[in-house]
Design a binder for this molecule. Structure first.
Ligand SMILES: Nc1ccn([C@H]2C[C@H](O)[C@@H](COP(=O)(O)OP(=O)(O)OP(=O)(O)O)O2)c(=O)n1
Length: 178
């Protein structure tokens, strides 16, 4: 079950959903619009290695915007810091973003109950496209959970992406043992 606008508002009032900054006008019928933060990053190396810590270089989107190029993975970040303590948050693109040929996540759209942070975006594009800090980029939807949660993401000792990061966070796949 996906939460409606009224339910999202109730959860925000209870504190079980936190979205910061928050503006009522960004609440849709059953989603909340999130915006692109000013930091982007790209990997230093062209060839990535899933077993290694692949380092990234951060940069700021200038006032006049930044042109994304195809065949490059950009890491972006939502302007919004979020906390979701009782539901499963999902990050989805916006139709208007998709119609510009922009993908905002690569395979990972699901969040965990207890996730507290900004969202890292794995951005790619179909053709060159200029993007701007602060533009609407995606939407959060919230699912009700069936059953009790044993380990909330923010209580998991090995959670890789919890925290309060204003810049995108690179893959921590290297922390998995395989
Ligand atoms: N595009 C996305 C998708 C998810 N997340 C956040 C919300 C999730 O709660 C958290 C962890 O996501 P996964 O469980 O998919 O990631 P991993 O399994 O790789 O990491 P972990 O071992 O920490 O669970 O990352 C994010 O910032 N950006």
């Amino acid at each position: 079950m996906i939460l409606s606008d009224k339910r999202i508002l109730e959860e925000i009032e209870k504190g079980t959903i936190v979205i910061s900054p928050y503006d009522r006008k960004f609440l849709g019928t059953n989603s909340y619009d999130v915006h692109l933060g000013k930091y982007l990053a790209t990997y230093k190396d062209r060839v990535l290695d899933a077993r290694r810590h692949n380092e990234i270089v951060h940069f700021e989107i200038p006032e006049e915007g930044f042109i994304l190029q195809p065949n490059t993975l950009y890491l972006g970040v939502t302007l919004e810091y979020t906390e979701t303590h009782a539901h499963v948050p999902f990050l989805e693109g916006k139709s208007s973003t998709g119609r510009l040929g922009i993908d905002i996540h690569a395979t990972a759209g699901k969040g965990d109950v207890g996730f507290c942070n900004t969202w890292t975006l794995e951005i790619s594009c179909a053709q060159p496209v200029r993007i701007y800090a602060g533009m609407p980029i995606g939407q959060l939807i919230y699912f009700a959970v069936e059953g009790d949660v044993e380990t909330f993401y923010n209580k998991k000792g090995d959670a890789k992406y919890n925290g309060r990061t204003v810049r995108p966070v690179e893959s921590m796949m290297w922390k998995n043992v395989f």
